[in-house]
Design a protein around this ligand. Structure first.
Ligand code: BYC
Ligand code: FE
Ligand code: FE
Length: 489
């Protein structure tokens, strides 16, 4: 079968020839019911009170091909019946390893023994984040601002589920018994559970409301994009192809975040203008309009951005150096970088703190790969902010959404436990803490948002705090019934 056609004849749609690999097929079919059990325990829940919400029909896209353009098909689907498939981007003929000490050698079709532990760890970490995000978002349906948004949430959720499948395929196909055990563990850990937490910090935090959800998909899914781009460079070809296909889905997740925050900002400035309010800090009056004040959006942004920076690991890392040197994990846009792709003996500028100030220090480039990917990430974040700020300035309001300094509110790496303001000023702990409420969301903000966010389930209608999107999705208009509740049709 051609690599770009997907086989739907097996329980698990795939373009990896599962039908011809009975052992693997059996392992995956054994894992499937456990996955479904996890989905029903930890997936979207309670989004329609008093009805069997698992029966709701959602207008979802399913990947049916791996060709660029036209890879997805839209239809009504009950989420538990979603066809989670195993899809790899088509192989690149004659692909060679693009970086590291094996640069120029043919890409590996099997895992080299010497790098097995490294690959296994990175694949498990990648796999762990996917179900974690579904767990974090599981209660959001019950406060969805519209059916359009609820559908987008569920689209993100089923695709994060598929991303878990993608990693589980690699584990079961290439890592034998260890891989099968890891695949089970991926279903056992739980976001925020003190006894068996998810592996990375940000994935144990709550995503309690829709502003958080949109900031998460804008900032944290974008870490996903950067990490997948780096893994897509890998010398291990099946990993590379898997990640390349995941990136096609990832783009929609960030679209949901970028447009979601943009629509919130839009609605706020529109309501302020209509009420004749110029001062973005006139909190009480702005909130009484049923919209979210811009300073609160900024505090939430500060939180999600700083938490996501921690996901890049320590600025200087020997793990990252080994992964690159061995051909396991590359850089963002590796093949378009103009250098020797080996980095032995070259340096990279890293911001560090030295005696209460920031200094740029040249460090060995191999050790600075986490810092470099983070720098690329920060640059990639800028586009959305430019657009959001344009909405604000066009409404004649004097306010700017800005990314906080990279050292603000960090728990991993060079800046962990420092007390730095969003503007990058060093403070002592007491002063920083006394000003915390102007940097990060506080209890009062949480209560306000919680009260504000009430579910809206009339097709085409939107909650007071968010503007409708410019257009609908999957070929349908904004007022389309993206979610059909059983018993109502
Ligand atoms: N929390 O040498 P270092 C996504 C640990 S998001 C807790 O700097 P390294 C998605 C680290 O594990 C993308 N622990 O580490 C988004 C290490 O521990 P051990 C997910 C942390 O390996 C939204 C120690 O600290 N994919 O897909 O260079 C929705 C030393 O650190 C954290 C990946 O991350 C943390 N934040 O860098 C759904 C790709 N940071 O092993 C999905 C795979 C570090 O010494 N992972 N530690 O005990 C990696 O590439 C790397 O593991 C990391 C860390 C970049 C995460
Ligand atoms: Fe993902
Ligand atoms: Fe994602």
């Amino acid at each position: 079968m051609a690599a770009d056609t997907v086989d739907y004849s097996t329980l698990i749609p795939n373009n990896v020839g599962l039908a011809d690999d009975q052992k693997l097929l059996r392992a995956l079919e054994k894992w499937y019911p456990k996955y479904l059990e996890w989905w029903s325990d930890m997936g979207p829940t309670g989004f329609i009170a008093e009805t069997p919400f698992q029966e709701a029909e959602i207008w979802l896209r399913t990947a049916v091909s791996v060709e660029k353009g036209g890879w997805a098909k839209f239809d009504y689907v009950k989420m538990p019946e979603y066809r989670w498939g195993i899809l790899l981007a088509p192989p690149e003929e004659g692909r060679t390893i693009p970086f590291g000490e094996h640069k120029g050698e043919p890409a590996w079709q099997e895992v080299p023994g010497a790098y097995r532990a490294m690959f296994r760890r990175l694949i498990v970490i990648q796999g762990d984040t996917e179900p974690a995000s579904v767990e974090q978002q599981r209660f959001l349906g019950s406060t969805a601002p519209s059916f359009y948004d609820m559908r987008n949430l569920f689209q993100v959720n089923v695709e994060e589920g598929r991303h878990l499948w993608a990693m589980v395929y690699l584990l079961q196909r290439y890592f034998g018994r260890d891989g099968r055990e890891e695949a089970e563990e991926l279903l056992r850990r739980r976001s925020g559970d003190p006894d068996r937490p998810r592996m990375l910090g940000a994935f144990n935090e709550e995503t309690p409301d829709w502003l958080s959800f949109f900031l998460f998909t804008y900032f944290t899914d974008r870490d996903g994009k950067m990490q997948l781009e780096a893994l897509a460079q890998s010398g291990f070809d099946p990993l590379s192809r898997t990640c390349r296909f995941m990136l096609a889905e990832e783009a929609h997740h960030m679209f949901v975040g970028a447009t979601g925050v943009g629509r919130i900002v839009n609605r706020t400035v529109e309501a302020m203008r209509d009420a004749g309010i110029d001062d973005p800090h006139d909190t009480e009056r702005i909130r009484s309009l049923g919209v979210i004040d811009l300073p609160l959006i900024l505090r939430k942004l500060n939180f999600h951005f700083s938490l996501t920076l921690d996901l890049f690991g320590a600025e200087e890392s020997t793990n990252a150096a080994s992964a690159f040197h061995s051909g396991v994990k590359g850089r963002y846009h590796e093949t378009s970088i103009d250098d020797d792709h080996q980095l032995v003996g070259s340096t990279y500028p890293v911001t560090k703190h030295v005696e209460g100030e920031f200094r740029t220090v040249e460090v060995p480039a191999l050790n600075a790969l986490n810092a470099r990917l983070r720098d690329d990430y920060v640059e990639d974040c800028a586009g959305g902010l430019r657009r959001w700020n344009r909405y604000i300035s066009e409404a004649g309001i004097d306010f700017e959404l800005r990314l906080p300094h990279i050292a603000f509110h960090r728990e991993v790496g060079e800046f962990a436990s420092l007390h730095v303001t969003p503007e990058g000023e060093f403070l002592d702990a007491a002063t920083w803490n006394s000003r915390r409420a102007s940097y990060l969301p506080v209890e009062d903000d949480k209560i306000f948002i919680e009260e504000l966010m009430q579910q809206v389930t009339t097709p085409g209608e939107f909650a007071s705090w968010i503007a409708p999107p410019k257009k609908g999705i999957g070929g349908k208009p904004v007022e389309f019934e993206y979610v059909q509740i059983p018993g109502t049709v």
